[in-house]
Ligand binder design. Structure first.
Ligand code: ADP
Length: 592
């Protein structure tokens, strides 16, 4: 504030001094010349007055010397120095000098010469040798009665006397200006302070705003336009504050959105370095964001396909889209979209890289396609059989009653299979679409096992297979009783099918701290190790011929897996070829 105040004060003072000096200079010049003129006029008038008195006395040249006496008389008309000079230039009288002898001849004096030349008057100003003062001289011709020039009357006045008035005026003006200067300086100081303070405050607020301190406000103590300026700054600050809050909120929202996107997002700058990266992208590259930000994309991607696409986008400045295979860190299929955006300058190109992991989608698509292929294949077998046998019968085989019976039995068997197959396919698709109503109720696992035993008892007896239930505790779960029985029936039925006659099936029901554990073990043929993981796949059969003959559709375990997962449970399998197979089910225990 001091700085501005001092500046205003200094500038104003300098201007005032320049202006004041000009006024003093020109006014003194003007006044001096005016006063001098007046003084000269006055001296001239006085000389005329003296002359008229002298002239009235002067009779002829001979009497000029007598004029001295008269001159003494006329001296009272003026208090100026009076000199009488004759036509030879000799001073005959001087009111200020008594001894005229050393006076030199005055005929060469400018004012005297003017009169001698016949001019009506003569004037000059110079330093007098006799009085050593600078004087102003006025000379008048002294004429005789006949109009003859008989001498010269000269009046002289010291210039110092003439300028005395000017000096006084000058002193007054200087004093006045000095006082005015002091007064103006005081007023300017106060005004500067009064104006500078609010301006300084406005500047301070503007500075804070530029430093991102949007809470800064002008206090409102100002004057006229400055108050308006302060109010405008406040409105600007208000608007900036609102905008900044909106920007911050939007930024937070965008960050939130990007961070929760399942699509991998990263931004590359014009130097091909990563500026922004979201967690989904970090997961794709299996790297921490701190290791990615600021690094070149090539270090992170390690994919030729993606690098090629990114470079193409930089080069062509056009959006690129392609399905890319990643082999590192794990095998993945991603749908890559690369969008060029403007960088800091017009020439710079930044890129937004969007990677959508479609590995699972592609896998599911494959599963679905495989399912359709497998289902068609499975359906074709019984349909072909039905068609073939009915055609053969129509072609005449029906005449032979034995063949007719045999064929009809096969056709019944095939249509039953077909029915089973269609039912399983429908069941599976309903489960997939979550259309199967599942109730959650208290299920006593032991009861479910025993009622399943009843269903399968007949089949087991036929193969002389014995079934045992071991229950360590009373185990209860939350689930759908019928669906649990469906699961158990499938697993126990499989155990009966894939176990040789005389085999044993053990069902053990126990519980851990939070889980119900049901194991169904048989001592049957077992499953080869490399095929164990595939038994839950649709239509997967270890021994195709045997499974089909036993009426299996290859969908049973797929349905079981779906149902178990719907109860928040898990199913695992352990098996050894020739020794047997154990399926383990785990469900959360019922909360009492
Ligand atoms: P399927 O209707 O053919 O039995 P599943 O889906 O129920 O179809 O079973 C898939 C395959 O798993 C069966 O074909 C069979 O080869 C094998 N499997 C299932 N349970 C057992 C078991 N207890 N012992 C040996 N193999 C089994």
């Amino acid at each position: 504030m001091k700085k501005m105040q001092t500046q205003v004060l200094t500038i104003f003072m300098i201007l005032f001094i320049i202006f004041g000096s000009c006024v003093v200079f020109f006014s003194t010049q003007l006044m001096q010349s005016y006063a001098n003129e007046n003084q000269k006029e006055d001296l001239l008038e006085q000389s005329k007055l003296v002359l008229s008195n002298i002239n009235s006395l002067a009779k002829d040249e001979a009497t000029f010397s007598t004029l001295k006496e008269e001159a003494l008389k006329v001296k009272e008309y003026t208090n100026q120095r009076i000199t009488l000079i004759d036509l030879n230039g000799t001073v005959v009288y001087d009111s200020k000098i008594t001894n005229l002898t050393p006076l030199e001849n005055h005929s060469n004096r400018k004012e005297i010469q003017a009169i001698l030349k016949g001019e009506p008057q003569g004037t000059d100003s110079r330093t007098s040798k006799s009085t050593k003062k600078t004087l102003y001289y006025v000379a008048q011709p002294v004429l005789s009665q006949s109009g003859q020039l008989i001498g010269v009357l000269r009046l002289a006045k010291p210039l110092a006397e003439m300028n005395q008035l000017n000096d006084q005026m000058m002193q007054s003006i200087v004093a006045f200006i000095f006082l005015a200067l002091l007064l103006t300086a005081g007023i300017t100081f106060l005004v500067a302070k009064y104006i500078a303070k609010p301006i300084e405050e406005v500047m301070d607020v503007a500075k804070k705003l530029s430093d991102n301190h949007y809470e800064a406000r002008f206090s409102g103590n100002g004057y006229g336009e400055i108050t308006k300026l302060g109010q405008t700054i406040n409105e600007l600050a208000e608007s900036l504050d609102d905008q900044m809050q909106e920007i911050t909120q939007n930024k937070e929202r965008i960050n939130e959105l990007i961070n929760h996107l399942v699509i991998g997002v990263m931004q590359l700058d014009e130097h091909r370095n990563i500026q922004i990266v979201n967690p989904a992208m970090c997961q794709i590259f299996d790297m921490d964001s701190s290791k990615l930000i600021g690094k070149s994309y090539a270090e992170a991607t390690k994919s030729y396909g993606l690098s090629y696409l990114i470079e193409k986008a930089y080069r062509k400045k056009e959006r690129q889209n392609k399905e890319i295979y990643f082999y590192f860190p794990s095998e993945r299929i991603v749908d890559a979209n690369i969008v060029p955006i403007a960088g800091k300058t017009r020439e710079d190109t930044n890129l937004i890289v969007l990677l959508y992991d479609i590995t699972e989608i592609r896998r599911l698509e494959k599963v679905r396609t495989d399912f359709v292929t497998n289902a068609s294949h499975e359906l074709r077998t019984p349909i072909t059989a039905l068609k073939g046998f009915s055609e053969t019968l129509l072609d005449g085989a029906m005449e032979d009653k034995a063949i007719l019976k045999q064929f009809l039995e096969i056709m019944l068997e095939e249509s039953t299979r077909l029915n089973l197959l269609v039912n399983d396919i429908l069941e599976l698709s309903k489960l997939e679409q979550r259309q199967v109503p599942i109730s959650f109720e208290e299920v006593v696992v032991k009861d479910a096992v025993l009622s399943t035993f009843k269903l399968i008892n007949q089949k087991a007896k036929q193969k002389e297979i014995t079934m045992h239930l071991f229950e360590e505790d009373c185990v209860k779960i939350d689930g759908d009783r019928n669906r649990l029985k469906q699961v158990l029936a499938n697993l126990i039925d499989n155990a009966v099918i894939y176990t040789k006659p005389g085999g044993v099936i053990n069902v053990i029901v126990k519980k851990s701290e939070s889980q119900a554990i049901i194991t169904i073990s048989d001592n049957g043929m077992g499953i080869p190790e490399d095929e164990i993981d595939r038994v839950f796949e649709r239509f997967y059969r270890v021994d195709k011929g045997r499974s089909r003959n036993s009426g299996g559709t290859g969908l049973g375990l797929s349905i079981v897996k779906y149902l178990v997962e719907n109860f928040n449970g898990t199913i695992t399998v352990k098996s050894k070829v020739g020794l047997g197979t154990t399926f383990t089910l785990m469900f959360p225990l019922r909360h009492v």
